[in-house]
Design a protein around this ligand. Structure first.
Ligand SMILES: Cc1cc2nc3c(=O)[nH]c(=O)nc-3n(C[C@H](O)[C@H](O)[C@H](O)COP(=O)(O)O)c2cc1C
Length: 263
């Protein structure tokens, strides 16, 4: 049995759900799920196939995840796949994952982008939440990708050298870019409703940058903030708000409908 690891970064659970599907629907490889932000990166020596999975964050993989990849030990041609979820458009996400992972010495043998519900509050607040994504067609394409991973694992187990695959992007995705300052501007300064906050520190636990400290109530280190909205989306009491968004557009994670689709 081939051994695999999926090193994932999921802000609100969509990417994690899709990765879990891959784990559950591949029989030729036993995958371990590794949370790239919370868990320590494992020694990858014993793994035959490594998956890299993240969500589109302003058309690129989050800088937090990019740094995680850059800090991995250099590899000698180890097979890998890249995967991302997105709400509207992946932009350069998959290609940057491919380039970064290849730069670390992996051989990228497969890649896929999956349309999922939007987790970016400014989009959801404008009724662009895509809560019904993925469509049946998009889901079937994802299932084909999971089957491709399984087939690759089978070929690897037979000793076949699986060649690198070039990651193709649509014409639009090649040109679209956002300036990073836009992320800050679109969020607006964060604040806490003292009547709702219980000081439970969920926000500090989900912050990928360690930019939140809770002494009674949370305070935000704005110079560290990555504007990922994890605190806003995942506050159990809806106590975190911003100058521009209060009590709207929150994405708390995959719905029961979505979870049922990914069984
Ligand atoms: C800060 C932020 C930026 C985002 N930027 C994009 C984007 O550029 N393009 C896109 O299609 N979706 C974007 N999204 C939506 C997510 O990529 C999408 O909802 C994804 O499935 C979330 O995955 P997760 O639940 O694993 O975090 C963004 C979400 C957040 C929170």
């Amino acid at each position: 049995m081939m051994k695999g690891a999926i090193l994932y970064y999921s802000g609100t659970g969509n990417t994690e759900l899709a990765c879990q599907y891959i784990v559950n629907h591949t029989k030729n490889v036993e995958f371990e799920m590794v949370n790239a932000i919370k868990d320590k990166a494992p020694d990858l020596t014993g793994y035959d196939l490594v998956g890299f999975a993240a969500f589109a964050d302003f058309l690129v993989p989050s800088v937090v995840y990019q740094k995680f990849i850059d800090d991995l030990p250099a590899q000698d041609d180890k097979p890998a796949f890249v995967f991302n979820t997105y709400g509207m458009s992946s932009g350069q996400t998959l290609r940057i994952l491919d380039r970064k992972v290849t730069d670390r010495g992996f051989r990228v043998v497969a890649g896929h982008s999956l349309h999922m519900p939007e987790s970016f509050p400014p989009m959801i607040a404008r009724r662009l939440g895509n809560e019904n994504a993925p469509s049946d067609k998009e889901f079937r394409a994802f299932q084909t990708f999971a089957a491709e991973i399984d087939h690759i694992a089978f070929r690897l187990s037979e000793g076949t050298i699986v060649p690198a695959k070039s990651i193709d992007l649509g014409a639009m995705d090649k040109v679209m870019r956002y300036p990073k300052s836009m992320a800050k501007r679109m969020m607006g300064a964060k604040a806490v409703d003292p009547n709702l906050c219980t000081g439970c520190a969920t926000c500090a636990n989900v912050c990928p940058k360690g930019a939140i400290t809770v002494a009674g109530q949370p305070s935000f280190d704005e110079t560290e903030c990555a504007y990922c909205w994890a605190c806003y989306n995942q506050c159990l009491y809806g106590a975190i708000y911003t100058k521009k968004y209060k009590d709207k557009g929150r994405y708390t994670g995959p719905s029961a409908r979505l979870r049922a689709k990914f069984i």
